[in-house]
Design a protein. Structure first.
Length: 190
């Protein structure tokens, strides 16, 4: 698969995953707790796949590649926390650490973006990664509040808000990759 198409596909898999996970993080009177949990699980799995695909397209070892790899590892930690047969405290800690790893990955990718701000679309990529980093940080903070209090409703606002901020960042990034892929200015789009 061509790297540009793989990056495009990975970006949209990640964006769709963040959207599905955000729906799963949002309280609902229509969906059951199990259905919301399943959406969070599926969404985080898709995010991890998308991040891994994006990282695989970056040939040079740089902060953007490291950032996407960290995000994929973070998603794997979140999924592990949701599916492994461990006590609730350990499960929550895995999810929190996974969200911190994703935030760290987004921030690492920002560093690479700042180094290339003169390139078209790079400012959008910086904003995209910043939003994802903020969103993941809020999710981790909300998880810490829940873990400390033992009450599922504590930290819920931070987790929901963080999920949707991450989604906005991810979709913004996917739109920029789409624009770059199909721009008439790039030779690779033909």
């Amino acid at each position: 698969m061509d790297n540009q198409i793989k990056e495009l596909f990975g970006s949209w898999v990640q964006a769709i995953g963040t959207f599905i996970a955000a729906v799963g993080a949002t309280p609902s009177s229509i969906l059951t707790a199990q259905q919301l949990n399943n959406l969070s699980l599926i969404g985080n799995g898709l995010q991890g796949i998308g991040n891994a695909l994006i990282a695989d397209t970056i040939e040079q070892f740089n902060l953007e590649k490291i950032g996407n790899e960290l995000q994929a590892i973070g998603n794997s930690a979140v999924v592990s926390g949701m599916v492994l047969p461990v006590d609730d405290s350990t499960s929550q800690e895995l999810v929190i650490k996974g969200n911190w790893l994703q935030a760290l990955g987004g921030c690492a990718a920002i560093g690479d973006g700042f180094a290339h701000l003169d390139e078209p679309g790079e400012a959008i990529n910086v904003i995209s990664n910043l939003l994802q980093g903020i969103g993941n940080s809020l999710q981790a903070i909300g998880g810490i509040e829940q873990l400390r209090s033992g009450n599922e409703e504590d930290g819920e606002v931070e987790q929901v808000l963080g999920s949707w901020i991450q989604t906005v960042g991810s979709v913004l990034g996917a739109l920029e990759v789409t624009k770059e892929t199909y721009s008439p200015d790039t030779d690779e789009s033909s």
